[in-house]
Design a protein around this ligand. Structure first.
Ligand code: ADP
Ligand code: MG
Length: 215
């Protein structure tokens, strides 16, 4: 990163309310991956972002999707795919913290190991954001309980781990059921071959950001 790149969240096109929430959470300045990706993602570009664990990748994809969320529209506007239930719960928790600036944003986790029936009920009541694991997301799309016509952001988190776990075809299936005009944000700690294949099939002119260990 160059010296001139601002690390201040205030340099971004975020609402005053969102900046206040970041301050409350004691997010004083952007981490390097946030500083490198947030301006691009907020401008609407698809992204392939690579940075190590603990570098702050969640806020890097959460802030752009929250910025364009319409709280008055009770339909799924963002879907986040994670490798495990535990990671999906963590991402959902961070999203709920960052979403405090807006009223009543509903974030729903859709993972295996919980009864699908209860999830169908929750989806019927309306959710703005869903975070889930590939198999259960596929189930809900297939049943018609998860409708994706209002989706504007698709996030693939820990994409390298999902590929390690053999989820390529499931992710491809889910992505092929999303509206084509969406923004797709792919985050990963490493860059195995399958990532380039996923990106070439499901991202549109992605910007690539890679931070090395020294950051
Ligand atoms: P990653 O997904 O890259 O492993 P996380 O998004 O889980 O990283 O972030 C790691 C930790 O850093 C979390 O506890 C998160 O709340 C915190 N964090 C993220 N961004 C900032 C920031 N700009 N300032 C302070 N803490 C941050
Ligand atoms: Mg993460």
């Amino acid at each position: 990163m160059t010296e001139t790149t601002s690390r201040s969240f205030a340099s971004l096109p975020l609402s005053a309310a969102q900046l206040a929430v970041l301050q409350q959470l004691e997010y004083v300045e952007m981490t390097p991956i946030q500083a490198a990706t947030l301006p691009l993602a907020l401008a609407g570009h698809d992204l392939i972002a690579q940075a190590k664990t603990g570098s702050g990748k969640t806020a890097a994809f959460a802030l752009p999707l929250l910025a364009r969320l319409n709280p008055r529209h009770f339909g799924v506007q963002a879907m986040l795919i994670c490798p495990t239930r535990e990671l999906a719960e963590q991402v959902a928790q961070e999203l709920r913290r960052l979403a405090r600036a807006q009223d009543n944003i509903k974030v729903l986790t859709l993972c295996g190991g919980s009864p699908a029936r209860a999830q169908v009920n929750s989806l019927e009541h309306g959710a703005h954001i869903v975070v889930g694991t590939p198999g259960r997301l596929m189930d809900h799309i297939e049943r018609g309980s998860l409708k994706l016509d209002g989706l504007n952001t698709l996030v693939l988190d820990e994409a390298d781990r999902m590929l390690d776990m053999g989820f390529f075809d499931d992710i491809a299936w889910v992505a092929s059921h999303c509206p084509t005009g969406r923004q797709t944000l792919l985050f990963s700690a490493t860059y195995p071959e399958g990532i380039a294949k996923l990106a070439s099939q499901f991202l549109r002119q992605p910007r690539q950001v890679k931070l090395t260990e020294t950051h």
